[in-house]
Design a protein around this ligand. Sequence first.
Ligand code: MG
Ligand code: ZN
Length: 348
Amino acid sequence: MSKLISLLLLIIITSGIAQDKSPNIILMIGDGMGLTQISSGMYANKNSTALEGFEFIGLSKTHAFDQLITDSAASGTAMASGVKTYNGVIGIDTKNKSIKSILEICQDKGYKTALLATSSIVHATPASFYANIPSRRQYQDIALQLREHSVDLFIGGGKKHFNKRDDKRNLIEEMNNYHFVKSLEELSSSESKKIGYLTYKDEPPTKLEGRSPALEDMASSSIKKMKSLGEPFFMMIEGSQIDWGGHSNDMDYVLSEFKEFNTTIQRVLNYAKSDGNTLVIVTADHETGGLTLSGGNIKRGTAKGTFSTKGHSAAMVPVFSYGPKAELFKGIYENTAIFDKMLKAVTK
Ligand code: MG
Ligand code: ZN
């Protein structure tokens, strides 16, 4: 009898511990992925998207500090650090003060961290999580800030900003506590605690042009790596080029980039469902192209788009959430609240 009681006590205590464990956070940003991009991608995929598997849906107001239409630097900063700032600015508020990102706050709490992008790793969205810089165009300076940072794992293009620099420094050589790998296989077998994978010299090509590795494989390999380094972890995964398809007013470009991002979302969601302690948030920094879904065919899996601008638009963007504290993300709120809600999820 007393054995039974102590067993019951043990179960109660350990389940209590399991609930108290800080959750992993995977923040997925589809750059330029408004509701129409999602709708188009869904119909092009015969009326189905991984986003249907999420628990809660919210809407995020994307405007910058003083402009209705944001860029990816201001909105990246808003989500990463909870502050509205000027367009073009990364990780600095309107009083010129550098601000901490959720990635860095998580690091302070003992989280492992990872950044994955289908753009260069020094591009505005990923940079918002580790850089503080007055102009997003200062790619070489942003690379220098990554060199001085301690992100555990990063994957993205833009190698030239590290090893073909005006100051002649070779940051890849300088970052000698990192293992710079050349494939996901090498990443998986690496025993290093810090890993960098610079996928392309410049910006990576489009999915249609054959960009590799696939984002879903980058995500799977990275999740495995993070788990091996020790939990909990914070990971940001960006589908960077949905935005570039919008700027080019090229529907095939938008749909193919969304398709890869959608596959990645499904992978991540499957992982979160099996893990049980991973919060997944999928959103966008803004809409790009002022896209309307003006025709198509569900059976044939086609979607016809009409663009109204070569730039961004100011429409609210959806936020999908799954996992512990996912309910925080329902409702209508400023994009800065995404930071506040993630902070709440990691603070006991
Ligand atoms: Mg971006
Ligand atoms: Zn853009």
